[in-house]
Design a protein around this ligand. Structure first.
Ligand SMILES: [Zn+2]
Length: 157
């Protein structure tokens, strides 16, 4: 399935408008999980960490590593939700694993970035914080590397 960056951005914006009551709130992710029967499962088995299993009825499980950080989990959840909203064929059972180098992986990352760091707000805050990565990562609740990738991707630096 071909999706442009713009297509992915639109879908992330649609999801954000539906579930994130304010421009930016971590609670939005929990609302999405709740509305779709999504469950977070913490596992030690590295083969299934950071993967997604969607049941035919649309409920799903996101597998997270036991020893990860909140900001990393936060981005992983948003990434897996990208697969859920962009790539899942409704009515089928499907799973998505990380590390496969195919277009759906950048699409899910782009979706996650837009969901958690809305383009307009991010560029406003980048200017306000004078492009400081620490301030941006604190503000958006993401890792320094996620904030840094977002700055580059939006060509703000
Ligand atoms: Zn993925």
């Amino acid at each position: 399935m071909y999706l442009s960056k713009q297509d992915v951005t639109y879908e992330a914006q649609r999801v954000r408008e539906e579930y994130f009551p304010n421009d930016y709130s971590r609670d939005g992710l929990e609302e999405i999980l709740e509305a779709h029967g999504g469950e977070l499962v913490y596992v030690s088995n590295e083969y299934i960490q950071e993967s997604l299993l969607i049941h035919a009825n649309g409920s799903f499980k996101i597998f997270l590593p036991r020893n990860s950080s909140a900001v990393r989990d936060y981005f992983t959840i948003a990434h897996e939700l990208g697969h859920y909203f962009l790539h899942w064929t409704k009515g089928t059972e499907e799973s998505f694993c990380r590390g496969e180098s195919n277009p759906i992986e950048w699409q899910a990352n782009w979706f996650a970035a837009e969901l958690l760091m809305p383009e307009q707000l991010f560029s406003d805050m980048a200017e306000e914080f004078d492009y400081d990565i620490n301030d941006l990562s604190d503000y958006f609740g993401v890792s320094r590397s996620a904030a840094s990738v977002r700055l580059d991707a939006l060509e703000l630096v």
